[in-house]
Design a protein around this ligand. Structure first.
Ligand code: FAD
Length: 525
């Protein structure tokens, strides 16, 4: 079913883009664009959304020069467009120039958590335009010559001219110019502090400073409490006769203003069970969306992919149709002498275009034990944890399952494969970095298949504890140390008043919980 993007809404000061609007919006746009490709299941995207909204609000007045957009790659409708744009990780930030006639997937840049840094990057982006593709309504951002400024003094221009005097590295002048670009009654210029006699004439002793030439030609230093962008801009916006221009009607025509999408019907489930529908949906997403954003697999990526398919084909206690598909995929990969595989070939097989009977992986996202109280919560990452816990338990229960795969000797086979999958392909890059740090620290201490089960349990609890109270936490499923006492009373003990785990009982519980007999086929179609 459809999962709607709820991290951003039509009330936010930014543009929600979709597969229907993205290209049309970017092609030959009169403004530059900064677009965040996010995923509504990615915890870091959820955490980052208030910052992104704050940024969009902060530069709202720049929108005739550069605009802010978002696109949710976790929305089924957007799978293809994110693939076409080569979005591998979330969030990915792309910058698109104004007036680009041809199709352009934009330039990626590393976003910063710090608003001011992103805002300064936006200024740099604008200045990357040439005279030919300069966004039409964007004022020129170059500094004026001091002689040109001086020649304005005493002239009755009929509007204010504000001049920000600053050093070369300062962004204040350009930010104030953009802040006031949508206002009439005032023109903002900037000048550098290199000409000492100029500074002396204006009576400027420190920069940044602002000088004001009134409509009647008289002039004076601008008197603000602090030499900060916000103080300069709001001073100018409040001058008598200065007000905001009507925004052109054309703006906003591409905005997707559709309201709420239909909510999914809640599916009843039991916390004490594992649901096949979650793991199949996870595999669907993993094969058809996450991996499919890669055009080809080669080298380390291909090796990681092969090992992942090996581990899943041999250990996943799935339905016949799915296991058969995974086994066929594995045979095909092993038989290929290629060092580089176009991902489309893999997709053809996964989508069963070769029509091999009885092989099938459902093409829908059907979250059950992983459903969230809002569409952006839980889902895919929850299904990955579920899958990997199931795989470590299956490896411990069936130690011979990996025979003749090259992975049979290694009690760490599943965990190392998970570690490499998460680090290489998992869309949440910061999750991957955290997981890698945990693996580096303690994975080498794992010496048996049972210890592997416990290691993943322990590390998952460590993640739960770190994420408790985060914005990505589903209020209906608070992050708790798991299994909770209602699920496994004997797992919990007290020693001298302190809670301790009975790890023997935990291991037995995990082996029962993630065993074939506890996996419910409910809601699999
Ligand atoms: P999840 O934590 O996804 O758990 C799924 C299910 O597993 C639970 O419902 C429960 O039945 C069971 N379970 C819970 N704890 C355990 C345990 N200790 N042992 C066995 N079974 C358990 N999000 C971030 O915001 N930041 C991160 O750094 C981050 N790192 C991640 C790293 C990995 C490898 C993965 C797969 C995900 C990561 N995530 C991260 C996502 C996050 O951990 C959750 O998956 C997501 O917030 C959804 O949470 P959830 O409530 O569905 O439960």
């Amino acid at each position: 079913g459809a999962r709607g993007a709820k991290l951003y809404s039509a009330e936010d000061p930014l543009t929600i883009l979709t597969s229907d609007t993205l290209k049309g919006t970017l092609r030959n746009s009169s403004t530059a664009w900064l677009v965040q490709f996010y995923s509504s299941w990615c915890g870091h995207c959820i955490q980052y959304s208030p910052t992104w909204k704050a940024l969009a609000g902060d530069v709202k007045d720049w929108e005739q020069a550069i605009r802010i957009g978002v696109l949710d790659c976790a929305h089924e409708k957007n799978f293809d467009i994110c693939k076409e744009f080569g979005i591998h990780f979330y969030p990915t930030f792309r910058y698109f120039k104004a007036h680009s006639a041809s199709f352009d997937i934009g330039k990626t840049y590393r976003a910063d958590r710090d608003l001011q840094t992103v805002r300064q990057l936006m200024v740099n982006f604008l200045q990357n335009h040439t005279r030919d593709d300069w966004p039409v309504r964007c004022p020129p951002l170059e500094p004026s010559r001091s002689a040109d400024i001086l020649s304005l003094m005493g002239l009755k221009m009929g509007h204010y001219t504000a001049v920000i005097i600053e050093d070369e590295e300062s962004y204040v002048g350009r930010e104030v110019m953009l802040d006031l670009m949508a206002y009439e009654g005032v023109i903002v210029k900037r000048a550098l502090n290199t000409d000492k006699s100029f500074l002396q004439k204006l009576g400027i002793t420190s920069v940044p400073a602002a000088y004001l030439i009134r409509p009647n030609g008289t002039h004076t230093l601008m008197d603000v409490q602090k030499s900060l962008r916000f103080f300069f801009s709001s001073f100018l916006k409040l001058l008598p006769g200065v007000h905001k221009k009507q925004s052109p009607a054309a703006l906003g025509s591409a905005v997707d203003t559709r309201g709420q999408e239909e909510m999914e019907v809640w599916k009843e489930f039991e916390k004490s069970k594992v649901y096949m529908a979650d793991m199949e949906s996870g595999l669907h997403y993993l094969f058809r969306v996450e991996l499919a954003s890669h055009e080809t697999l080669e080298g380390e990526e291909l090796k990681t992919f092969k090992d992942f398919v090996t581990v899943v084909a041999k250990l996943f206690p799935g339905r016949q149709s799915v296991v058969k598909l995974l086994e066929t995929l594995l045979e095909w990969l092993v038989s290929l002498p290629l060092e580089r595989i176009p991902y489309d070939a893999i997709l053809d097989l996964v989508n069963n275009k070769m029509r091999i009977s009885g092989m099938f992986l459902s093409e829908q996202l059907q979250w059950v034990g992983c459903q969230g109280s809002r569409p952006e919560l839980r889902g895919y990452p929850c299904s990955l944890w579920t899958l990997f816990h199931t795989l470590t338990v299956q490896a411990a229960l069936r130690p011979d399952a990996l025979a003749n795969t090259g992975l049979e000797e290694d009690p760490l086979a599943v965990l190392q494969t998970m570690r490499r999958y998460i680090g290489t392909f998992f869309g949440c890059r910061e999750c991957g970095q955290h997981f890698e740090a945990m693996a580096k620290e303690s994975l080498q201490q794992v010496k048996s298949l049972d210890e592997a089960v416990l290691w993943l349990w322990r590390k998952h609890n460590q993640v739960n504890s770190r994420l408790a109270g985060a914005l990505s936490e589903d209020p209906r499923f608070p992050k708790a140390q798991w299994p909770t006492p209602d699920l496994c009373p004997t797992c919990h003990e007290e020693q001298e008043g302190l809670h301790v785990w009975n790890e023997e009982k935990v291991l037995a519980f995990l082996k029962q919980h993630y065993s074939t007999g506890n996996i419910s086929p409910k809601y699999t179609s």
